[in-house]
Design a protein around this ligand. Structure first.
Ligand code: HEC
Length: 333
């Protein structure tokens, strides 16, 4: 940041010198100087104020321009005082200086310990993290990105309902000593994971029920503008406002968007972008529907999880939603 301010200041100084040179011989020089001072100083102070901790009562933690360790958390998205798209790195040690909350969780399927009274987790609530890391005011959504390009999305309503936390300790242990993942017992669940004090579903859309977003292997957190992220997959065309399409949109946002991307938004774990799914939905509706319900029946090696709980109306709504991305040729008169 200091570097950017310095650059801005130098540019302003150079601009002023040229301008002043031009005005020197005229009696307007003094007026020009005053005008310039007003133009130059106003935004300069603005930048300086914004670059500090957004809430000066909170100690901020260092956002490093380069990675120091494999366990650093990448931070991106809209950060106060930084250019859009900038990435910063936060060390585990500095995250541990933030105030922590501790819960005993029994409903997080990443942990086996529910029978034995639950698993103790400690970490920083995402709401708190956004403040401490300087999320810009317009960023009302948190996106957690995993090393396999899976993305967990935390829109504002989700955060308010469920209070997810960035987990730093599991049963008192730091990430290097966390248990391996429950499915394959092969992978470390670090460097970071996200869990909740307790998850109680907050909405339903047809037969989809609000689902806990509990990624492990989280390497990056982005603070984003929800309208930009979710807007990227807003349904298109004349049928966009229909109730089934809107329900499909809601479901796709929470489910499919974790692994399927639309351009730069959404997870890339599947390697099948949104418009590929849309093409299947429009051109091969039966294949699309069967794949969504039970991928292994269509592809023996499928890694996509099944959605056996979705009834026919739900699958149809998802398909109709995806099909809105494929313009239907105008009917001949
Ligand atoms: C956890 C990740 C994940 C989620 C969530 C997910 N998918 Fe997939 N999907 C995949 C992967 C990975 C593939 C590639 C083939 C495979 O391994 O199944 C895939 C493939 C597909 C295909 C087949 C595409 C082809 O080219 O044959 C369709 C259709 C599909 N997904 C639709 C959806 C829809 C619709 C949703 C939401 C209801 C969804 N997926 C949610 C991971 C996911």
């Amino acid at each position: 940041m200091a570097f950017e301010q310095e650059k801005l200041r130098k540019e302003m100084t150079r601009f002023f010198r040229v301008w002043n040179e031009a005005l020197k011989s005229t009696r307007l020089a003094a007026a020009g100087f005053a005008l310039l001072a007003a133009i130059v100083l106003a935004p300069a102070t603005g930048v300086r104020a914004a670059a500090g901790s957004p809430d000066s009562s909170l100690p901020s933690i260092p956002l490093n321009a380069a990675r120091k360790s494999a366990s650093d958390l990448e931070v991106g998205g809209e950060l106060t005082g930084l250019p859009r798209g900038a990435t910063r790195y936060v060390t585990l040690a500095s995250l541990l200086t933030l105030p922590q909350v501790t819960y005993t969780v029994a409903d997080d399927t990443n942990f086996a310990g529910s029978a034995g009274g639950g698993t103790k987790i400690s970490g920083v609530p995402l709401e708190e993290l956004a403040k401490r890391l300087g999320a810009a005011p317009e960023s009302d959504m948190v996106v957690a990105i995993c090393d396999d390009k899976y993305r967990a999305n935390y829109p504002r309503d989700y955060v308010r309902a469920h209070h997810p936390l960035l987990v730093l300790r599991v049963n008192g242990q730091l990430p290097a000593r966390w248990p391996k993942d429950r499915e394959t017992h092969q992978f470390s669940m670090g460097p970071y994971m996200i869990s909740h004090p307790k998850f109680t579903p907050a909405f339903t859309a047809l037969s989809h029920t609000d689902e806990a977003q509990i990624p492990w292997g989280v390497v990056r957190i982005e603070f984003r503008d929800e309208r930009a992220v979710v807007g990227a997959i807003a349904p298109r065309g004349p049928r966009a406002q229909g109730p089934a399409v809107q329900a499909g949109y809601r479901i796709a946002e929470q489910n499919c968007f974790r692994c399927h991307n639309m351009g730069a938004e959404g997870g890339e774990k599947s390697g099948r972008p949104w418009l590929v799914l849309a093409a299947w939905a429009a051109a091969a509706p039966e294949y699309f529907s069967a794949y969504v319900r039970a991928p292994r029946k269509k592809n023996r090696h499928a890694e996509m999880p099944a959605n056996r709980g979705y009834d026919d109306a739900t699958i149809r709504a998802i398909r109709e939603y995806f099909a809105t991305f494929i313009p239907v040729p105008a009917e001949k008169p």
